[in-house]
Design a protein around this ligand. Structure first.
Ligand code: SF4
Ligand code: SF4
Ligand code: FES
Length: 395
Protein backbone atom coordinates (compact mmCIF):
# COMPACT_ATOMS: atom_id res chain seq x y z
CA UNK A 1 0.00 0.00 0.00
CA UNK A 2 1.22 3.51 -0.75
CA UNK A 3 -0.09 6.94 -0.02
CA UNK A 4 -1.33 8.88 -3.03
CA UNK A 5 -2.56 12.42 -3.45
CA UNK A 6 -5.39 12.43 -5.94
CA UNK A 7 -6.15 15.80 -7.50
CA UNK A 8 -9.39 15.90 -9.43
CA UNK A 9 -10.30 18.79 -11.72
CA UNK A 10 -13.76 19.91 -10.70
CA UNK A 11 -15.98 22.08 -12.88
CA UNK A 12 -19.69 22.64 -13.12
CA UNK A 13 -20.52 24.95 -16.06
CA UNK A 14 -23.96 25.64 -14.58
CA UNK A 15 -22.53 26.96 -11.29
CA UNK A 16 -20.85 29.95 -12.95
CA UNK A 17 -17.72 29.23 -10.88
CA UNK A 18 -14.25 28.63 -12.25
CA UNK A 19 -12.71 25.15 -12.40
CA UNK A 20 -10.58 24.15 -9.41
CA UNK A 21 -8.44 21.26 -8.12
CA UNK A 22 -10.06 19.04 -5.48
CA UNK A 23 -7.38 17.20 -3.50
CA UNK A 24 -7.71 13.93 -1.57
CA UNK A 25 -5.17 11.70 0.14
CA UNK A 26 -5.71 7.97 0.16
CA UNK A 27 -3.84 4.70 0.77
CA UNK A 28 -4.11 2.07 -1.95
CA UNK A 29 -2.18 -0.76 -3.58
CA UNK A 30 0.12 0.43 -6.36
CA UNK A 31 -1.55 -1.84 -8.90
CA UNK A 32 -5.03 -0.53 -8.24
CA UNK A 33 -6.29 1.71 -11.01
CA UNK A 34 -6.79 5.45 -11.12
CA UNK A 35 -10.50 4.73 -11.57
CA UNK A 36 -10.49 2.66 -8.33
CA UNK A 37 -9.03 5.67 -6.53
CA UNK A 38 -11.60 8.08 -7.97
CA UNK A 39 -14.48 5.71 -7.12
CA UNK A 40 -13.16 5.23 -3.59
CA UNK A 41 -13.10 8.98 -3.00
CA UNK A 42 -16.53 9.30 -4.60
CA UNK A 43 -17.94 6.47 -2.47
CA UNK A 44 -16.41 7.49 0.83
CA UNK A 45 -15.87 11.25 0.73
CA UNK A 46 -17.70 13.14 -1.98
CA UNK A 47 -20.47 11.52 -4.00
CA UNK A 48 -20.82 14.58 -6.22
CA UNK A 49 -17.63 13.87 -8.23
CA UNK A 50 -18.62 13.41 -11.89
CA UNK A 51 -16.92 10.47 -13.65
CA UNK A 52 -18.24 8.21 -16.42
CA UNK A 53 -17.33 4.52 -16.34
CA UNK A 54 -18.83 1.14 -17.03
CA UNK A 55 -16.81 -2.04 -17.66
CA UNK A 56 -13.74 -1.19 -15.54
CA UNK A 57 -11.83 -3.57 -17.82
CA UNK A 58 -10.50 -1.30 -20.56
CA UNK A 59 -13.21 -2.41 -22.97
CA UNK A 60 -16.10 0.05 -23.06
CA UNK A 61 -14.03 3.22 -23.56
CA UNK A 62 -16.16 5.33 -21.24
CA UNK A 63 -13.55 6.32 -18.61
CA UNK A 64 -11.27 8.40 -20.85
CA UNK A 65 -9.55 11.19 -18.88
CA UNK A 66 -6.19 12.98 -18.76
CA UNK A 67 -3.92 11.58 -16.09
CA UNK A 68 -0.93 13.72 -15.20
CA UNK A 69 -1.27 15.47 -18.52
CA UNK A 70 -1.67 12.41 -20.76
CA UNK A 71 -4.93 11.01 -22.09
CA UNK A 72 -5.84 7.43 -21.28
CA UNK A 73 -8.31 5.12 -19.61
CA UNK A 74 -8.64 5.60 -15.85
CA UNK A 75 -9.52 1.93 -15.38
CA UNK A 76 -6.40 0.50 -16.99
CA UNK A 77 -3.83 2.93 -15.60
CA UNK A 78 -2.15 1.71 -12.42
CA UNK A 79 -1.59 4.23 -9.65
CA UNK A 80 2.20 3.72 -9.59
CA UNK A 81 2.44 4.13 -13.38
CA UNK A 82 0.33 7.29 -13.24
CA UNK A 83 2.41 8.78 -10.42
CA UNK A 84 5.71 7.91 -12.12
CA UNK A 85 4.68 9.58 -15.35
CA UNK A 86 3.75 12.74 -13.42
CA UNK A 87 6.81 14.83 -12.96
CA UNK A 88 7.75 15.29 -16.60
CA UNK A 89 4.38 16.03 -18.11
CA UNK A 90 2.74 19.32 -18.97
CA UNK A 91 0.27 19.26 -16.07
CA UNK A 92 3.23 19.12 -13.72
CA UNK A 93 4.43 22.58 -14.56
CA UNK A 94 3.94 23.92 -11.05
CA UNK A 95 5.98 22.56 -8.14
CA UNK A 96 2.94 21.61 -6.18
CA UNK A 97 2.08 18.91 -8.77
CA UNK A 98 5.44 17.28 -9.00
CA UNK A 99 6.03 15.90 -5.48
CA UNK A 100 5.94 12.19 -4.86
CA UNK A 101 2.78 10.22 -5.51
CA UNK A 102 0.63 12.98 -6.90
CA UNK A 103 -1.91 12.03 -9.54
CA UNK A 104 -3.83 14.78 -11.29
CA UNK A 105 -6.93 13.76 -13.21
CA UNK A 106 -8.59 16.13 -15.67
CA UNK A 107 -11.29 15.79 -18.31
CA UNK A 108 -10.13 15.03 -21.85
CA UNK A 109 -9.08 17.91 -24.08
CA UNK A 110 -10.74 19.16 -27.29
CA UNK A 111 -14.19 18.11 -26.02
CA UNK A 112 -16.51 20.35 -23.94
CA UNK A 113 -16.88 19.45 -20.27
CA UNK A 114 -20.34 18.51 -19.01
CA UNK A 115 -19.23 18.26 -15.39
CA UNK A 116 -15.94 17.42 -13.63
CA UNK A 117 -14.39 14.51 -15.59
CA UNK A 118 -17.38 13.93 -17.87
CA UNK A 119 -17.09 15.34 -21.39
CA UNK A 120 -19.70 15.75 -24.10
CA UNK A 121 -18.78 12.91 -26.47
CA UNK A 122 -21.89 13.58 -28.60
CA UNK A 123 -20.85 17.16 -29.33
CA UNK A 124 -17.46 16.23 -30.76
CA UNK A 125 -16.47 12.59 -30.94
CA UNK A 126 -19.68 10.94 -32.10
CA UNK A 127 -20.51 13.84 -34.41
CA UNK A 128 -17.21 13.26 -36.21
CA UNK A 129 -17.66 9.50 -36.31
CA UNK A 130 -21.07 9.99 -37.95
CA UNK A 131 -19.40 12.32 -40.47
CA UNK A 132 -17.43 9.47 -42.08
CA UNK A 133 -20.46 7.21 -42.79
CA UNK A 134 -19.39 4.56 -40.26
CA UNK A 135 -21.08 1.61 -41.85
CA UNK A 136 -20.48 -0.68 -44.77
CA UNK A 137 -22.07 0.28 -48.09
CA UNK A 138 -22.27 -3.15 -49.58
CA UNK A 139 -21.64 -4.10 -53.16
CA UNK A 140 -24.39 -5.35 -55.40
CA UNK A 141 -25.48 -7.98 -56.09
CA UNK A 142 -25.58 -9.21 -52.52
CA UNK A 143 -24.31 -12.80 -52.51
CA UNK A 144 -26.82 -15.52 -51.80
CA UNK A 145 -24.80 -16.55 -48.78
CA UNK A 146 -22.13 -14.49 -46.96
CA UNK A 147 -19.46 -12.27 -48.51
CA UNK A 148 -16.07 -13.94 -48.42
CA UNK A 149 -13.35 -11.51 -47.31
CA UNK A 150 -9.73 -12.48 -48.02
CA UNK A 151 -7.75 -13.13 -44.84
CA UNK A 152 -5.15 -10.43 -45.59
CA UNK A 153 -7.86 -7.79 -45.90
CA UNK A 154 -9.32 -8.79 -42.56
CA UNK A 155 -5.87 -8.60 -40.95
CA UNK A 156 -5.45 -5.16 -42.46
CA UNK A 157 -8.63 -3.68 -40.98
CA UNK A 158 -8.38 -5.48 -37.64
CA UNK A 159 -6.27 -2.68 -36.23
CA UNK A 160 -8.97 -0.07 -36.76
CA UNK A 161 -11.63 -2.48 -35.53
CA UNK A 162 -9.84 -2.55 -32.16
CA UNK A 163 -11.00 1.03 -31.47
CA UNK A 164 -13.18 1.32 -28.34
CA UNK A 165 -14.22 4.93 -29.09
CA UNK A 166 -12.70 6.31 -25.90
CA UNK A 167 -11.70 9.66 -27.45
CA UNK A 168 -8.15 9.67 -26.01
CA UNK A 169 -6.68 10.39 -29.45
CA UNK A 170 -9.13 13.25 -29.99
CA UNK A 171 -8.13 14.69 -26.62
CA UNK A 172 -4.49 15.05 -27.67
CA UNK A 173 -4.85 15.93 -31.35
CA UNK A 174 -2.83 19.05 -32.11
CA UNK A 175 -4.65 19.77 -35.37
CA UNK A 176 -7.98 19.65 -33.62
CA UNK A 177 -6.75 22.17 -31.08
CA UNK A 178 -6.10 24.63 -33.93
CA UNK A 179 -9.05 23.58 -36.09
CA UNK A 180 -11.92 22.12 -34.03
CA UNK A 181 -13.62 21.28 -37.34
CA UNK A 182 -10.93 18.71 -38.22
CA UNK A 183 -12.55 15.32 -38.67
CA UNK A 184 -9.93 13.95 -36.32
CA UNK A 185 -7.97 10.77 -35.65
CA UNK A 186 -10.70 8.46 -34.35
CA UNK A 187 -13.15 9.20 -37.17
CA UNK A 188 -10.48 8.95 -39.87
CA UNK A 189 -9.30 5.62 -38.45
CA UNK A 190 -12.92 4.52 -38.65
CA UNK A 191 -13.01 5.68 -42.30
CA UNK A 192 -10.05 3.41 -43.07
CA UNK A 193 -12.00 0.53 -41.54
CA UNK A 194 -14.31 0.73 -44.62
CA UNK A 195 -11.82 1.90 -47.24
CA UNK A 196 -9.73 -1.17 -46.36
CA UNK A 197 -12.72 -3.50 -46.58
CA UNK A 198 -13.22 -5.08 -50.02
CA UNK A 199 -16.96 -5.49 -49.37
CA UNK A 200 -17.47 -1.74 -49.37
CA UNK A 201 -18.71 -0.31 -52.66
CA UNK A 202 -17.71 3.34 -52.21
CA UNK A 203 -13.97 3.50 -51.60
CA UNK A 204 -13.42 6.21 -54.17
CA UNK A 205 -16.37 8.35 -53.04
CA UNK A 206 -15.31 8.09 -49.41
CA UNK A 207 -11.71 9.07 -50.25
CA UNK A 208 -12.74 11.95 -52.47
CA UNK A 209 -15.05 13.25 -49.77
CA UNK A 210 -12.33 13.10 -47.08
CA UNK A 211 -9.75 14.66 -49.40
CA UNK A 212 -11.94 17.51 -50.59
CA UNK A 213 -13.14 18.46 -47.10
CA UNK A 214 -11.02 21.37 -45.87
CA UNK A 215 -11.12 19.77 -42.41
CA UNK A 216 -10.42 16.33 -43.86
CA UNK A 217 -7.53 13.92 -44.01
CA UNK A 218 -4.96 16.46 -45.20
CA UNK A 219 -5.54 18.51 -42.03
CA UNK A 220 -3.47 16.02 -40.00
CA UNK A 221 -0.01 17.41 -39.22
CA UNK A 222 1.62 14.05 -38.57
CA UNK A 223 2.40 14.85 -34.91
CA UNK A 224 2.14 11.23 -33.62
CA UNK A 225 0.13 12.29 -30.52
CA UNK A 226 -2.80 10.04 -31.40
CA UNK A 227 -0.47 7.05 -31.71
CA UNK A 228 0.92 7.68 -28.22
CA UNK A 229 -2.52 8.33 -26.74
CA UNK A 230 -4.38 5.28 -28.02
CA UNK A 231 -4.78 2.53 -25.39
CA UNK A 232 -5.62 -0.03 -28.10
CA UNK A 233 -2.75 0.55 -30.54
CA UNK A 234 -5.08 1.64 -33.32
CA UNK A 235 -2.40 4.10 -34.48
CA UNK A 236 -4.89 6.51 -36.08
CA UNK A 237 -2.18 8.56 -37.77
CA UNK A 238 -1.01 5.49 -39.69
CA UNK A 239 -4.55 4.90 -40.89
CA UNK A 240 -4.75 8.51 -42.06
CA UNK A 241 -1.50 8.10 -44.01
CA UNK A 242 -2.94 4.99 -45.64
CA UNK A 243 -6.07 6.89 -46.65
CA UNK A 244 -3.85 9.54 -48.23
CA UNK A 245 -1.68 7.03 -50.09
CA UNK A 246 -4.67 5.19 -51.48
CA UNK A 247 -6.40 8.45 -52.45
CA UNK A 248 -3.31 9.94 -54.11
CA UNK A 249 -1.52 6.92 -55.57
CA UNK A 250 -4.34 4.55 -56.43
CA UNK A 251 -7.23 6.87 -57.23
CA UNK A 252 -5.14 9.90 -58.25
CA UNK A 253 -7.39 12.26 -56.34
CA UNK A 254 -5.98 15.78 -56.53
CA UNK A 255 -8.00 17.62 -53.96
CA UNK A 256 -8.83 21.32 -54.08
CA UNK A 257 -6.97 21.81 -50.76
CA UNK A 258 -3.73 20.88 -52.51
CA UNK A 259 -3.10 18.17 -49.91
CA UNK A 260 -1.96 15.57 -52.40
CA UNK A 261 0.17 18.01 -54.42
CA UNK A 262 1.73 19.25 -51.19
CA UNK A 263 2.74 15.70 -50.25
CA UNK A 264 4.16 15.06 -53.71
CA UNK A 265 6.17 18.28 -53.44
CA UNK A 266 7.75 17.01 -50.20
CA UNK A 267 8.75 13.77 -51.89
CA UNK A 268 10.37 15.36 -54.94
CA UNK A 269 12.12 18.09 -52.94
CA UNK A 270 13.84 15.51 -50.73
CA UNK A 271 14.74 13.60 -53.88
CA UNK A 272 16.22 16.72 -55.53
CA UNK A 273 17.97 18.30 -52.53
CA UNK A 274 18.29 15.53 -49.90
CA UNK A 275 16.67 17.92 -47.39
CA UNK A 276 13.47 19.89 -47.50
CA UNK A 277 13.87 23.06 -49.57
CA UNK A 278 11.12 25.01 -47.85
CA UNK A 279 11.10 28.00 -50.18
CA UNK A 280 10.21 25.66 -53.06
CA UNK A 281 7.51 23.82 -51.17
CA UNK A 282 4.72 26.31 -51.64
CA UNK A 283 5.35 27.04 -55.36
CA UNK A 284 5.57 23.34 -56.17
CA UNK A 285 2.39 22.59 -54.22
CA UNK A 286 0.44 25.25 -56.11
CA UNK A 287 2.22 25.64 -59.41
CA UNK A 288 3.30 22.15 -60.42
CA UNK A 289 5.84 19.77 -59.04
CA UNK A 290 9.03 21.12 -60.66
CA UNK A 291 11.45 24.02 -60.39
CA UNK A 292 9.25 25.91 -62.88
CA UNK A 293 6.25 25.70 -60.50
CA UNK A 294 7.03 29.16 -59.15
CA UNK A 295 6.12 30.75 -62.48
CA UNK A 296 2.57 29.43 -62.41
CA UNK A 297 -0.02 32.17 -61.62
CA UNK A 298 -1.50 30.16 -58.71
CA UNK A 299 1.95 29.82 -57.13
CA UNK A 300 2.63 33.52 -57.68
CA UNK A 301 -0.58 34.43 -55.88
CA UNK A 302 0.29 32.24 -52.90
CA UNK A 303 3.89 33.52 -52.84
CA UNK A 304 2.69 37.11 -52.77
CA UNK A 305 0.30 36.37 -49.90
CA UNK A 306 3.10 34.84 -47.79
CA UNK A 307 5.74 37.44 -48.69
CA UNK A 308 5.16 39.49 -45.51
CA UNK A 309 5.69 36.45 -43.28
CA UNK A 310 8.82 35.45 -45.22
CA UNK A 311 10.34 38.94 -44.91
CA UNK A 312 9.63 39.03 -41.15
CA UNK A 313 11.21 35.59 -40.73
CA UNK A 314 14.25 36.70 -42.73
CA UNK A 315 14.68 39.83 -40.60
CA UNK A 316 14.56 37.71 -37.44
CA UNK A 317 17.21 35.37 -38.82
CA UNK A 318 14.83 32.44 -39.15
CA UNK A 319 15.37 32.17 -42.91
CA UNK A 320 18.77 32.05 -44.53
CA UNK A 321 18.36 33.90 -47.87
CA UNK A 322 21.04 31.80 -49.61
CA UNK A 323 19.39 28.50 -48.62
CA UNK A 324 15.95 29.94 -49.42
CA UNK A 325 17.08 30.76 -52.96
CA UNK A 326 19.34 27.86 -53.82
CA UNK A 327 18.41 25.07 -51.37
CA UNK A 328 20.72 22.94 -49.26
CA UNK A 329 23.87 21.48 -50.73
CA UNK A 330 24.57 18.00 -49.44
CA UNK A 331 27.84 16.15 -50.15
CA UNK A 332 27.58 14.03 -53.30
CA UNK A 333 27.92 10.70 -51.41
CA UNK A 334 24.92 11.68 -49.25
CA UNK A 335 22.92 12.56 -52.35
CA UNK A 336 23.84 9.17 -53.83
CA UNK A 337 22.52 7.47 -50.68
CA UNK A 338 19.26 9.42 -50.98
CA UNK A 339 19.02 8.46 -54.65
CA UNK A 340 19.52 4.80 -53.75
CA UNK A 341 16.62 4.92 -51.28
CA UNK A 342 14.36 6.40 -53.97
CA UNK A 343 15.51 3.80 -56.51
CA UNK A 344 14.61 0.97 -54.15
CA UNK A 345 11.23 2.40 -53.20
CA UNK A 346 10.24 3.53 -56.69
CA UNK A 347 11.60 0.34 -58.26
CA UNK A 348 8.99 -1.80 -56.52
CA UNK A 349 6.31 -3.08 -58.79
CA UNK A 350 3.54 -2.59 -56.25
CA UNK A 351 3.29 -0.70 -53.03
CA UNK A 352 3.18 -3.04 -50.06
CA UNK A 353 2.28 -1.77 -46.63
CA UNK A 354 3.23 -3.40 -43.39
CA UNK A 355 0.53 -3.81 -40.84
CA UNK A 356 2.58 -4.02 -37.65
CA UNK A 357 -0.41 -4.64 -35.45
CA UNK A 358 -0.81 -8.37 -35.82
CA UNK A 359 2.09 -10.16 -34.20
CA UNK A 360 2.30 -13.49 -32.49
CA UNK A 361 3.06 -17.11 -33.21
CA UNK A 362 1.95 -19.10 -36.17
CA UNK A 363 1.68 -22.83 -35.39
CA UNK A 364 1.09 -23.85 -38.94
CA UNK A 365 3.97 -22.40 -40.93
CA UNK A 366 7.38 -23.55 -39.86
CA UNK A 367 10.23 -21.09 -40.07
CA UNK A 368 13.38 -22.66 -41.59
CA UNK A 369 15.54 -21.56 -38.64
CA UNK A 370 13.23 -23.31 -36.19
CA UNK A 371 12.35 -26.29 -38.30
CA UNK A 372 15.74 -27.92 -37.99
CA UNK A 373 15.94 -28.12 -34.25
CA UNK A 374 12.83 -27.09 -32.44
CA UNK A 375 9.20 -27.88 -31.80
CA UNK A 376 8.61 -24.32 -30.67
CA UNK A 377 6.01 -22.26 -32.49
CA UNK A 378 7.27 -20.04 -35.26
CA UNK A 379 7.28 -16.28 -34.85
CA UNK A 380 4.80 -14.67 -37.16
CA UNK A 381 6.47 -11.67 -38.72
CA UNK A 382 4.42 -8.52 -38.99
CA UNK A 383 1.75 -9.20 -41.54
CA UNK A 384 1.93 -7.45 -44.85
CA UNK A 385 -1.29 -5.67 -45.51
CA UNK A 386 -2.82 -6.42 -48.88
CA UNK A 387 -1.03 -4.78 -51.70
CA UNK A 388 -2.39 -1.49 -52.86
CA UNK A 389 -5.84 -2.11 -54.21
CA UNK A 390 -7.23 -0.51 -57.28
CA UNK A 391 -10.79 0.00 -58.35
CA UNK A 392 -10.63 -2.91 -60.76
CA UNK A 393 -9.17 -5.25 -58.11
CA UNK A 394 -11.87 -4.49 -55.60
CA UNK A 395 -14.89 -4.36 -57.81
S1 SF4 B 1 -1.08 12.71 -36.02
FE1 SF4 B 1 -2.68 13.90 -37.01
S2 SF4 B 1 -4.62 13.04 -36.28
FE2 SF4 B 1 -2.97 12.28 -34.94
S3 SF4 B 1 -2.97 13.69 -33.21
FE3 SF4 B 1 -1.46 14.47 -34.68
S4 SF4 B 1 -2.57 15.90 -36.00
FE4 SF4 B 1 -4.11 14.71 -34.87
S1 SF4 C 1 -8.40 5.27 -31.93
FE1 SF4 C 1 -7.66 4.63 -29.90
S2 SF4 C 1 -7.64 6.49 -28.67
FE2 SF4 C 1 -8.86 6.91 -30.47
S3 SF4 C 1 -10.96 6.51 -29.84
FE3 SF4 C 1 -10.19 4.60 -30.74
S4 SF4 C 1 -9.35 3.44 -29.03
FE4 SF4 C 1 -9.61 5.52 -28.29
S1 FES D 1 -14.62 1.72 -17.57
FE1 FES D 1 -14.74 0.73 -19.50
S2 FES D 1 -12.87 1.25 -20.42
FE2 FES D 1 -12.68 2.06 -18.44
Amino acid sequence: MSEYTLRIRRFDPESGEAAYWDEHTLEMGDKRSVLDAILQVKGETDGSIGIRCSCQQGICGSCGVRINGKPGLACNTHLDTAAARGADTISMSDDEHSDGNVISVEPMGNIPVIRDLIVDMDAVHWKKIRRVTPWLINKEPVPEREYIVPHDNMVDVTQTMACIQCGACVSDCLSMEVDPGFIGPAALAKAYRFVGDPRDAEHQERLKDLAEDEHGMYDCTHCFNCIDACPKDVAPMNQIMRLRRIAGDDYEINDRNNGNRHEEAFVTLIKDYGLLHEAELLPRSYGGNSWFGKFHPDAGKELMSSLGTAIKAMMRGKINPRIALFGHKLPSEDMKAVEQIYNVVEGREKRTELNLYITGWDDEEEHPEHAAHSDAPTPLVPQAAPEATTESETS
